[in-house]
Design a protein around this ligand. Structure first.
Ligand code: BGC
Length: 873
């Protein structure tokens, strides 16, 4: 077989239209050979070659920088690539396309429009309908560029435009507003056409954050749309939002709020008897260069009755999304559905764990749909709300036929990239639960949970980035989120707890208590840790380059918190004081099991956390030394090195030896590399003793949960890590599964949100240790599985940016048989428990090892089983 490029992507996206990337990076993976010795790229615009690299001797297949002429707005480029293999034989061409969006502010000719009413802060306003009729002739291409302050959904001639849900997505709207580009050629018809757009409150004006604060980004929702039609002869025509559009807000959706839900009167049709009002918005829309939010899996419920006699629909999976239903009714019938993740001990819907009640405000989120029905068949699908739920209770005289109700999961359309399976079914379900918590919380921004707060907490992302990036291709999504983070970073470098802002904790209107926690250790550190984790798995130094100024500003801000004493802080002696971070409020480890540590308002919200903060500052400065060297920022290295060394030493002087059995306190300095020699050994012994004393039950909170098992492995105690992972008693990962969880719980007790991905970050250890896969460089992996625990087999197949790499093992009596697949044009260093085998090239490999370690002999699968290596790649 010839070496062929596959999976062609532009800026991590498959055939994107409407991107903002005048010099995009191109990506492919290889199949059908061993090594790519050269490539040739040809790019065409309007059929004319505008860039031809000729034959480039290179192994590179990712991050190939555009070196053709600078691209312009609307440029549609087709790029083709062919490869030469290790023998210098060239293969077939493969092609892909991308299209630029509107790159200049002057490309926008449309005028912002809004509904013809005066918005009132306290009132909820129904959904706006805007419509424009127009005629068109023969169409060659047509694009709709569209965005809203609020959420929009567009229909052309009655048919839905695109499939982006909750468009235009969430950004810090004061600085950045994304638009979408749709190919609408197939929806247009010669003659009369109508474009109709509904606009709802969304993140812009609707309730957001734990308290459901409204009007955070503005009081006036608005729409901007620009339809560009090109005839076969090249003649251009446009349809633009302006005061000529008709408007009304008397359509079916009387109320729409992303958290609270919808009130819909199916007997209504928008009259459109008013006019849109022209308005302005100071932000020029930009392209997100991100994946769309789409409808995904669908679930049909099982119907039963709650003890109080209501119809209960159980969809079997906790998810974030909405419902679609059909029901036969009489005019005037009403139906109310309320959604929740959990049932209480009595078997009734439990809203307590997901609702917050603040002051005079109602409990939020309401998570309900109220429908007024018409005579005959009614159909309904939620348009402008998303709920976190597994169950729905139906409050109505009418009984729903469960076959006519569907729950639809909604999340950003990232490609799933990991397939994991092992002999412990509870572990498999936990991995699946983690993926479901990711799906439930990656809706254009990463959130803590899809219910109570739905807030883009910076710490949660930091904790989960590595696991999440194995599970799904997060490159475009998290690149977009890092821009959100930078949009919110202070001029002093301070990184907030949320990005974008959701005014999360305004118990008293106007006072956001969480703002005082901005810069918090472990949360603000996402400014450094997210780009570093993305770089580790994608090996694209643009993640670091784009973030470098923000990373450095964050570290400088944190350095500014050393050598000082904050409110309720204890004083540290000189000279260590200089390097102890002892200012600002912080959450500390956060949510350790309650039998390990009870949080207190003073020590855990108001006081600084010098132990955690100094440890992270030392660690992050160490990472920054490497980042600065990699990016050639040599002048910064001295400062980072000073604080890396200084903080490490001060930590050791002030916080060790560690005399506690709290796992987090022992894990942190070891995992962050602050201890060595005898001190490290003694701390590990204490940790292992503490774990044994707890019968292998987990004792860490948010920050140390992803660290504990990798640390045990790194220090040679993989046996202990397996026992912790496979422990079935509470608190523990598998205990949640045994208790019936279908997503990951926020707290180990299962009393808070049921859908928080961060404790699922333990999956990283399954992928990197149990199956042993790691990306160690451009086109390079290590595969170093460590069988153990009760497991008799495990396998992982990971669609990395360099191709699909897989590792599986199975025990057979005293023998362990390993099978690995190394993708074309990459190499993998194979390490087995008995020792390092060496570096292998692309292909399928198998090894056998006696459980009593003895030297291993590599042989290729071809020799062992007769499968040709070429077929196996
Ligand atoms: C959120 C967390 C978040 C935390 C901050 C919680 O209420 O749900 O996920 O990181 O607050 O400590």
């Amino acid at each position: 077989m010839m070496l062929t490029p596959t999976n062609l992507r532009t800026e991590y996206l498959t055939e994107p239209i409407g991107i903002d990337a005048p010099a995009p990076c191109l990506f492919w993976t290889c199949e059908g050979g061993t090594t790519q010795s050269a490539y040739q790229l040809v790019a065409r615009r309007d059929g004319e070659a505008i860039w031809d690299t000729g034959k480039v001797e290179s192994h590179a297949m990712t991050g190939i920088r555009w070196e053709g002429p600078a691209l312009r707005s609307r440029d549609l480029v087709e790029w083709s690539v062919r490869l030469w293999d290790e023998d210098g034989v060239s293969g077939e061409w493969r092609s892909a396309r991308f299209e630029q969006g509107l790159l200049q502010a002057t490309d926008w000719k449309a005028t912002w429009i809004t509904g013809d009413y005066r918005p009132r802060r306290r009132e909820h306003h129904p959904v706006d309908h805007f419509r424009r009729a127009f005629t068109c002739g023969k169409v060659s291409t047509a694009r709709l560029y569209i965005t809203a302050c609020g959420l929009y959904q567009a229909k052309l001639n009655g048919r839905r435009v695109g499939d982006f849900i909750m468009a235009p997505g969430f950004t810090s709207y004061q600085q950045r507003l994304h638009y979408q580009t749709y190919d609408i050629g197939a929806l247009l018809q010669p003659g009369e056409n109508t474009l109709e757009v509904e606009v709802a409150d969304g993140w812009f004006r609707g309730s957001i954050g734990a308290m459901g604060v409204r009007n955070v980004y503005g009081e006036e929702t608005k729409l901007l749309a620009q339809l560009e039609i090109f005839a076969p002869d090249g003649a251009a025509d446009t349809v633009l939002t302006d005061g000529a559009w008709v408007w009304s807000n008397d359509g079916p959706i009387r109320f729409a709020d992303m958290k609270d839900g919808e009130i819909v009167d199916l007997s209504r049709t928008a009259t459109l008897n008013g006019r849109a009002r022209e308005t302005t918005y100071p932000v020029v829309p930009s392209a997100a260069n991100n994946v769309a939010v789409r409808e995904q899996e669908r679930f049909t419920p099982i119907s039963s009755r709650t003890p109080s006699g209501r119809q209960l629909l159980d969809f079997g999976q906790n998810l974030a999304g909405y419902v679609e239903l059909t029901v036969q009714a009489h005019a005037g019938d009403r139906i109310r559905l309320q959604f929740a993740e959990h049932l209480n001990a009595d078997g009734e819907l439990d809203m307590r764990a997901i609702q917050v009640r603040a002051g005079k405000n109602d409990a939020t989120p309401k998570q309900e749909i109220i429908l007024s029905l018409v005579e005959g068949i009614n159909t309904y699908k939620t348009t402008f709300a998303v709920f976190g739920f597994r169950y729905a209770v139906v409050v109505s005289e009418i009984e729903l036929d469960p076959a006519d109700v569907t729950a639809i999961a909604v999340y950003s359309d990232m490609k799933p990239t990991a397939r994991f399976d092992c002999s412990n079914q509870l572990v498999n379900r936990f991995v699946e639960n983690t993926l479901w918590s990711m799906k439930g919380n990656f809706l254009d921004v990463p959130t803590d949970c899809p219910t109570r707060e739905r807030a883009p907490w910076t710490g949660d992302v930091q904790i989960f980035t590595r696991t999440g990036t194995y599970l799904m291709d997060t490159a475009a999504f998290l690149r977009k989120w890092l821009v959100d983070l930078r949009d919110r970073q202070g001029a002093d470098g301070k990184v907030p707890c949320h990005a974008p802002d959701v005014r999360n904790n305004e118990f008293i209107p106007g006072i956001d208590f969480i703002r005082r926690m901005d810069g918090c250790v472990g949360w603000a550190d996402s400014a450094v840790l997210v780009p570093v984790r993305l770089y580790e798995l994608y090996r694209d130094d643009r993640f670091l380059r784009d973030a470098y100024a923000s990373m450095k500003a964050h570290v400088q801000f944190q350095i500014g918190r050393t050598n000082r004493t904050g409110m309720f802080g204890r004083r540290f002696p000189k000279p260590d004081r200089k390097y102890i971070s002892n200012m600002g409020q912080a959450f500390g480890e956060w949510l350790e099991p309650r039998d390990v540590y009870q949080q207190s308002v003073v020590t855990d919200f108001l006081a600084p956390h010098p132990e955690e903060a100094t440890a992270y500052l030392a660690y992050v400065c160490g990472l920054m030394v490497d980042v600065a060297k990699l990016l050639g920022q040599d002048e910064d290295v001295v400062l980072f090195e000073e604080y890396h060394r200084g903080c490490t030493l001060a930590y050791v002087n002030q916080f060790t030896p560690i005399d506690t059995n709290r796992q987090s306190k022992l894990v942190r300095p070891l995992a962050l590399g602050l201890l060595d020699g005898q001190l490290a050994k003694d701390t590990l012994d204490r940790l292992v003793g503490a774990i044994e004393e707890r019968d292998y039950r987990i004792g860490t909170g948010f920050l140390s949960t992803p660290l504990i098992l990798p640390l045990l492995t790194q220090m040679g105690r993989t046996d202990v890590a397996y026992r912790m992972l496979e422990n079935e008693e509470a608190p523990g990962w598998l205990h949640e599964v045994l208790a019936g969880a279908t997503t990951v719980w926020e707290d180990w007790e299962g009393e808070a949100s049921q859908n928080h991905y961060s404790p699922g970050s333990v999956c990283q250890w399954l992928f990197e240790t149990v199956c042993g896969i790691d990306v160690t460089g451009v086109n390079a992996f290590t595969i170093a599985p460590q069988p153990g625990g009760t497991m008799t087999h495990a396998n992982l197949s990971y669609d990395s940016v360099f191709g699909t790499v897989s590792s599986s093992w199975v025990t057979d009596g005293d023998t362990i048989r390993y099978e690995f697949r190394v993708p074309a044009n990459t190499t993998a260093e194979i390490r087995l428990p008995a020792g390092t085998v060496g570096t292998v090239s692309a292909g399928a490999w198998c090894f056998e090892e006696n459980r009593q370690p003895r030297p291993t002999t590599p042989r290729q699968l071809r020799q062992a089983t007769g499968v040709r290596k070429d077929d196996a790649v």
